[in-house]
Design a protein around this ligand. Structure first.
Ligand SMILES: Cc1cc2nc3c(=O)[nH]c(=O)nc-3n(C[C@H](O)[C@H](O)[C@H](O)COP(=O)(O)OP(=O)(O)OC[C@H]3O[C@@H](n4cnc5c(N)ncnc54)[C@H](O)[C@@H]3O)c2cc1C
Length: 493
C-alpha cells in the first residue's frame, strides 16, 4: 500500500472514530500478549496486520480492516471461531523485535496463517516455503474478504448478519469439529451458573444437588479455568449460602461476591457457540453445550464415581435446567434406572442412549412442527461416518440399530475425552494462570489429575478442610465413597 494519504481523509477517519460507539473489533497485539493471544484463540486462522499509528494510509485502511474484523471477532461475531483478526503497531518501541521478525517492509502489511504458526514464527521476503503468507490483495474490505474467501473456499460477505447463517453446513460427521466444543462447554457452564444465580435458583432443597455437581466439575471439567472457578465457588459456598440462609430475613446475597462468581473466569467467550452454533438464532447454543458438558464429564469419571456422577447429573438437570419439558423428561429417564452404576462405561453409555432417546423423540416433534434447525436435524448418534465400528447391523423387526457398545464407549471417550480437550493441551493453556496462588492453586493442581480422580478428590479434601464445613463434609463423602440416596430413585446408593 502507499503510505501517502490526504489530510482530508485522516480527518474523515478521525471523525468516523469519534462517531463510532463500539471499540475496535480487531485485537490489538503487542510483544507482551502476541504469543498468549495467538496460542489461546479458538480460531483456526489468524490475520495479523502490521501498521504504524502515524501512517496515514494505515489510518485510512482501518475502517476497511474493521469491516472484515466485525465478521470474525468479538462476542457478536457473525462467523466466530474461524479467523482472529489482529493488529500490531510497529511504531510502538516495544514491538520493534516483533515487527523485525516478520520483516515488515511497508505499512500496513498483512499476514495470514494458522495462529500457532505465528507463535515463535517469522517471515522473510525470499523464503521459499513458509507457513505464513503475505496477503497481497487487501486494499479494501471487499478485496481482503475476497482473498480470504479464496483461501477458505468460503462465501463470506461483508453484509452477513449474525444468525443469518443459513448457509452454515452441518458439522455432525466431521470428527475434528469437536475440538472447538471446548469453548462451548465453557460457555455452557458459565451460562448455566449465570441462570442459577440470576434466577436465585439455589434453595434449601437444591443446595446439596448444586454442591454435588460442583464437585463433579472441580474434578472433571475438561477446562482448567472452569475447574478452578468451580473450586472457588465450592469454597465460598458455605459463606454465600449458609444453611440458615433461607431461615433468616436477610436473604439478600452479597451482590459484589455474586458478580465475582464467574465460574469459568471472566475471559470465557460469550455468545459465540462455535461447535453448537445453529443456523438460526433460536436453535442449539446452550442446550447443545450442556449436553456436550454432560458427555465430557461422563467419559472422565472412574468406575467408583459412576453412581455419584449419575446422581449429580440427574439432580442438577432436575433442579437447575430451566426448561420444564426437558427437566421433566430427563427426570423420568433418571427415575427409570433401577440398578446401581458400578462402571464408568455403563454410566457414559446410559447418558449416550438417553440422549439418543431425546433425539428420537425430538426428531419426530421437530419434523411435524418445523421447529428444528434445518442444518442440524436430530438423528441417532453417532452417525456411521463418525464411527463405523460402532455399528453391528440393523434389527429390521424391532427397527433398531444394533450397536457394538464397547466400540461406542471407545468412541465416546476418544471424542469427548482426548479430542475435545486436545486444543487446550496442545496450546498449553492448562496451568498457565497462576496469578492467584495459595490454597486455591493447590486445589486446582490437584484436580488437574483428570485420570486419578480419587487422588485428586483426597488432595482437594485435605486442602479444603481449611475452607469450612462444606468442604469437610465433601471430604467425608469422597473418602467413604458412600453416595447419597438419589431423591428421584428408589435405589439404595
Ligand atoms: C438434559 C437435556 C434434556 C433435554 N430435553 C429436551 C426435551 O425434552 N425437549 C426439547 O425440546 N429439548 C430438550 N433438550 C434440548 C435438545 O436435546 C437439544 O439440546 C437442542 O434441541 C439442540 O439440539 P442440537 O442439534 O444442538 O443437538 P443436541 O441434541 O443438543 O446435541 C449436541 C451435540 O451432541 C452430540 N450428540 C448428539 N446425540 C448424542 C448422543 N446420543 N450421545 C452423545 N453425543 C450426542 C452431537 O454432536 C450434537 O451436535 C434437552 C437438553 C438437555 C441438555
Amino acid at each position: 500500500f502507499s503510505i501517502i494519504g490526504s489530510r482530508r481523509s485522516i480527518l474523515r477517519e478521525v471523525s468516523n472514530n469519534e462517531k463510532s460507539d463500539h471499540p475496535d473489533y480487531a485485537v490489538e497485539l503487542n510483544a507482551t500478549n502476541f504469543v498468549d493471544v495467538l496460542k489461546d484463540t479458538p480460531a483456526t486462522f489468524a490475520v495479523v496486520e502490521f501498521f504504524a499509528h502515524w501512517c496515514p494510509a494505515c489510518r485510512n485502511y482501518k475502517p476497511h480492516y474493521e469491516k472484515v474484523a466485525r465478521l470474525f471477532n468479538g462476542p457478536d461475531a457473525v462467523h466466530p471461531g474461524i479467523i482472529l483478526m489482529t493488529r500490531v503497531d510497529c511504531a510502538s518501541k516495544i514491538n520493534n523485535k516483533l515487527c523485525d521478525k516478520f520483516s515488515v517492509g511497508h505499512y500496513p502489511m498483512l499476514f495470514w496463517g494458522h495462529p500457532p504458526k505465528f507463535v515463535g514464527g517469522s517471515w522473510e521476503p525470499k523464503q521459499e516455503k513458509s507457513d505464513i503468507s503475505v496477503i497481497d490483495d487487501a486494499r479494501t474490505a471487499d478485496r481482503l474478504l475476497n482473498w480470504i474467501n479464496k483461501q477458505l473456499g468460503s462465501s463470506f460477505g461483508l453484509d452477513d448478519q449474525k444468525f443469518g447463517n443459513e448457509h452454515l453446513s452441518s458439522n455432525i460427521s466431521d470428527f475434528g469439529q469437536i475440538v472447538k466444543a471446548i469453548y462451548d462447554v465453557e460457555e455452557a457452564t458459565s451460562t448455566a451458573f449465570d441462570i442459577i444465580l440470576g434466577h436465585k435458583m439455589i434453595k434449601p432443597e437444591s443446595r446439596v444437588s448444586l454442591i454435588k455437581f460442583l464437585q463433579l466439575l472441580v474434578a472433571h471439567h475438561p477446562s482448567m479455568r472452569c475447574r478452578k472457578g468451580s473450586a472457588k465457588l465450592l469454597m465460598s459456598f458455605d459463606d454465600l449460602y449458609p444453611t440458615d440462609f433461607w431461615s433468616t430475613n436477610e436473604q439478600e446475597i452479597d451482590e459484589v461476591s455474586l458478580s465475582n462468581l464467574q465460574i469459568c473466569g471472566k475471559d470465557v467467550p460469550r455468545g459465540q457457540w462455535i461447535f453448537c452454533r445453529g443456523s438460526k438464532n433460536d436453535t442449539r447454543g446452550f442446550s447443545c453445550g450442556l449436553w456436550v458438558l454432560l458427555h465430557s464429564l461422563s467419559v472422565r469419571i472412574e468406575d467408583g464415581e459412576s453412581q455419584f456422577a449419575f446422581n449429580a447429573t440427574c439432580d442438577f438437570v432436575y433442579n437447575f435446567f430451566i426448561c420444564e419439558e426437558c427437566r421433566q423428561h430427563f427426570y423420568k429417564m433418571c427415575s427409570s434406572v433401577s440398578s446401581t452404576f458400578h462402571k464408568a462405561q455403563d454410566y457414559a453409555l446410559w447418558l449416550w442412549s438417553t440422549h439418543n432417546q431425546v433425539n428420537d423423540r425430538l426428531s419426530k416433534e421437530e419434523a411435524s412442527l418445523g421447529t428444528g434447525d434445518p442444518e442440524f436435524p436430530k438423528t441417532i448418534w453417532p452417525p456411521k461416518q463418525l464411527c463405523p465400528s460402532c455399528y453391528l447391523g440393523y434389527d429390521y423387526r424391532n427397527k433398531k440399530i444394533e450397536w457394538n457398545q464397547d466400540e461406542v464407549y471407545k468412541f465416546l471417550t476418544n471424542y469427548y475425552g482426548k479430542t475435545l480437550a486436545s486444543l487446550y493441551r496442545d496450546k498449553n493453556i492448562v496451568g498457565n494462570d497462576r496469578t492467584d496462588g495459595g490454597a486455591e492453586d493447590l486445589i486446582v493442581e490437584a484436580t488437574n489429575a483428570v485420570v486419578v480422580p480419587l487422588g485428586a478428590a483426597l488432595a482437594i479434601a485435605i486442602a479444603s478442610c481449611a475452607f469450612g464445613a462444606l468442604a469437610c463434609y465433601w471430604r467425608s463423602q469422597q473418602k467413604s465413597r458412600k453416595y447419597f440416596r438419589h431423591p428421584h430413585s428408589s435405589k439404595s446408593i
